[in-house]
Design a protein around this ligand. Structure first.
Ligand SMILES: Cc1cc2nc3c(=O)[nH]c(=O)nc-3n(C[C@H](O)[C@H](O)[C@H](O)COP(=O)(O)O)c2cc1C
Length: 463
């Protein structure tokens, strides 16, 4: 049966910043289940949602490019996080930050109300993307070109916000949204409005869920530090790469300059050859460091995202256990109960997968650290040697009147070396802090995994 056409209205559908909701789909995006908050916010009866494609709540203001991005992540088996404007059955709109993760046979999407500073920026960006897509038109496949142009603009805008990729953006945006939700959740709990307790059969599940929440909270509170270190390493790496290039170029110029000197050029060319060799070593070292740094920030980013995802999933599970209990009390119904138990199993398994992913990413995150420290020491030695070669060059150039340009180049090398000290110290600090904190992070993650395993046993028994 054809779905009735919903006309968008400019009214927002209200829901609380402490609330969470989810839906699960098959691999094609056909809705398999959802919780009561989803039903309430979307204003569709549950029966209308189950079996419907997820675009049942698609808002016409959403650019196609965003959904293309979502599906490209999912098709690669990767989780996706992003802002989405949805349309309820009565035409009202509501915005969410959605985390969509692959599960057995399909996907799970957990949503929360956006409140971070990223949200208004992205809302405006989506308006711009939609204008680009609409300007391209639909006919004769023109929509494809429109979607490609909107994607290009999305990538550019993410870059100008200071993010290297959408991956990096979604990690940081999801963590920011989850922090906002956590604060709202705490305020709601303190307000005394939170419904109390759960049925006796679910009490052990909720208690065990609380232990996981506690462990993941501890990890999540460390994520900000991790994300800040990733940023610091990225900035330092960009600088160090530029530095090596500059020194190499100046050294080559010095080499050419010394060859052109008629008097005293031979003495200086020994110095400049040394400079060129050393600066080449620096460049090789710095390139090797850049590879390690990229690897390090990639796996740290993955770790940070897995913690955030697991934290959101345990919060969702905790809300759902309460919801399950209230539904059972309000309306004991065997069919609904079976579905809800299935959902609890899905949430639990998906949480297990996120913690497993986190544990797997941690050794990868730690592997580049010793290599980085070694490369960093080698680079420091090269820079010290460069500094003493410069001194020898400066002494030799004193007696050569035409060596003015040469002296200038040497001074520029020294200037670069002096400027590099601070940046290299920053890099060293970042790496040292990771070396110190990652093992603690790993222990906390292993504790959280143990708590998740106990929770799984209890939850599966209750389900
Ligand atoms: C788990 C999951 C959750 C989704 N949630 C939404 C959603 O909340 N809103 C939405 O418009 N699309 C959502 N989608 C994407 C839709 O399947 C669909 O791609 C999108 O609505 C675009 O529809 P269209 O191709 O008909 O334009 C979701 C997909 C999956 C797999």
């Amino acid at each position: 049966m054809a779905r009735p056409t919903v006309v968008p209205r400019p009214q927002e559908r209200a829901f609380g910043p402490h609330e969470l909701f989810f839906s699960t789909t098959d691999r094609k995006g056909i809705i398999r289940s959802g919780n009561q908050v989803f039903v309430r916010v979307s204003a569709h009866p549950l029966e209308a949602l189950l079996g419907a494609p997820h675009n049942i709540i698609r808002h016409p203001d959403m650019p196609r490019a965003v959904f293309q991005l979502l599906w490209s992540y999912l098709d690669q088996g990767k989780p996706f996080a992003g802002f989405v404007k949805n349309m309820a059955a009565d035409g009202c709109y509501y915005w969410v930050m959605a985390l969509v993760v692959p599960i057995d046979g399909g996907y799970l999407s957990v949503r929360l109300k956006p409140s971070s500073a990223f949200f208004p920026v992205v809302r405006d960006l989506y308006t711009e993307l939609l204008t680009i897509e609409r300007a391209a038109g639909d006919g004769g496949g023109a929509w494809r070109a429109g979607m490609a142009a909107a994607t290009a603009r999305l990538v550019e805008a993410i870059g100008s916000l200071g993010f290297a990729s959408y991956d990096e953006f979604m990690r940081i945006a999801l963590a920011a949204e989850l922090s906002g939700h956590r604060d709202a959740q705490r305020a709601f709990a303190a307000s005394g409005h939170e419904p109390e307790g759960v049925t006796a059969d679910l009490a052990p599940t909720l208690a065990s869920c609380g232990a996981v929440e506690h462990g993941l909270d501890d990890l999540f509170s460390r994520v900000d530090g991790l994300l800040a270190t990733i940023k610091q390493l990225g900035t330092a790496a960009t600088y160090v790469l530029g530095l090596a290039g500059d020194i190499h170029l100046i050294s080559l110029n010095a080499l050419v300059g010394s060859c052109r000197l008629e008097r005293g050029g031979e003495g200086l060319s020994v110095v400049t050859e040394d400079l060129a060799r050393l600066s080449q070593e620096c460049t090789d070292n710095v390139n090797a460091m850049a590879v390690q740094l990229r690897e390090l920030s990639g796996s740290l980013g993955e770790t940070a995202f897995s913690v955030t995802a697991a934290k959101l999933q345990i919060e969702m599970t905790s809300c759902f256990i309460r919801e399950l209990s209230h539904e059972r009390l309000a309306e004991p119904d065997a069919t609904a109960d079976a579905r809800l138990r299935g959902d609890l199993r899905t949430l639990t398994e998906s949480l297990m997968a996120s913690t497993a992913h986190l544990i797997a990413a941690l050794p990868r995150a730690q592997a580049p650290i010793p290599r980085l420290i070694r490369l960093q020491h080698e680079l420091e030695t090269d820079l010290r040697r460069l500094s003493s070669v410069h001194l020898i060059g400066a002494i030799q150039a004193v007696g050569i009147p035409e060596a003015g340009m040469f002296r200038e180049l040497l001074d520029r090398i020294v200037g670069q070396l002096q400027r590099s000290t601070g940046e290299l110290e920053q890099l060293a600090e970042g790496v040292a802090s990771l070396r110190q904190h990652l093992p603690v992070f790993e222990r906390t993650a292993l504790d959280a995994r143990r708590a998740t395993e106990s929770f799984r046993t209890v939850a599966l028994r209750a389900a």
